[in-house]
Design a protein around this ligand. Structure first.
Ligand code: PRP
Length: 220
């Protein structure tokens, strides 16, 4: 029997929007997937040749880039931060909309942007952060965090943060204001390039099914 196709999907917010999309593609995970107490990480689906793994967003890109999973769903922030050559991102899934922004404490005295040469930034995105500041001739020293970036300014870790913003509620609750938007973000379907060539008979129709599903709304 052929090896099953593995689809990596992220825990967290994208997941809720990804499940109806997967259903429109004809893929429904087994019941245990919806059991919040389950410690399982790999799940069967209604399709005997398709399994789902549920991992952290950054790990979706890593599993797919290394070919351990053939397909994945992940934010364009993650795709751009890693910039893996092994990843092909053929479909914008039009879910998980948010933005990657720079933020700092409200009411902080403005710095002279023209003469600023160095900034310290707490972020999960050191690559995109450095690139953003470099384009303005500013060197960014990044303090890598994996979450709760919003705590950094008030505790003196860094004056600025770079993080995802959706409603803006997390920034507000932590006394921060958005000072610039680095990029708009939405979830992408990602495919391992080598697998796409070797298993094109299975993967091409699946990618096309995702493309069609993006244009179709769920029944109310
Ligand atoms: C994300 C992000 C912000 C928050 C922004 O974190 O890192 O903290 O959402 O959303 P808002 O603008 O609607 O408040 P998430 O809750 O997804 O968890 P994470 O910290 O694990 O990334």
């Amino acid at each position: 029997m052929a090896r099953p196709l593995i689809i990596a999907i992220p825990k967290g917010r994208i997941l809720e929007e990804a499940l109806p999309l997967l259903a429109r593609v004809g893929i429904e995970p087994e019941a245990d997937f919806h059991n919040s107490k389950s410690r399982a990480l790999r799940f069967a689906t209604n399709q005997p040749d398709v399994s789902i793994i549920r991992v952290r967003a950054f790990d979706v890109a890593t599993f797919v880039a290394h070919g351990a999973a053939q397909l994945g769903i992940v934010g364009s922030d993650v795709v751009d931060e890693f910039d893996y050559s092994e990843l092909y991102a053929p479909v914008d899934l039009n879910i998980g909309h948010c933005r990657l922004s720079v933020a700092e404490p409200e009411g902080l005295a403005a710095e002279d942007q023209a003469t600023m040469s160095h900034v310290r930034v707490a972020t999960k995105y050191p690559g995109l952060t450095r690139k953003h500041f470099e384009a303005m001739g500013v060197q960014a020293e990044c303090v890598k965090l994996n979450g709760a970036m919003e705590l950094a300014p008030s505790l003196g870790l860094s004056r600025r943060i770079v993080d995802l913003v959706s409603s803006g509620a997390t920034l507000k609750a932590n006394g921060l204001v958005e000072t610039s938007v680095i990029m708009d973000v939405s979830a992408r379907l990602i495919v391992n390039r080598a697998a796409f060539k070797m298993r094109s008979g299975e993967l091409t129709p699946l990618v096309e099914a995702f493309r069609r599903a993006v244009g179709v709304k769920d029944a109310a």
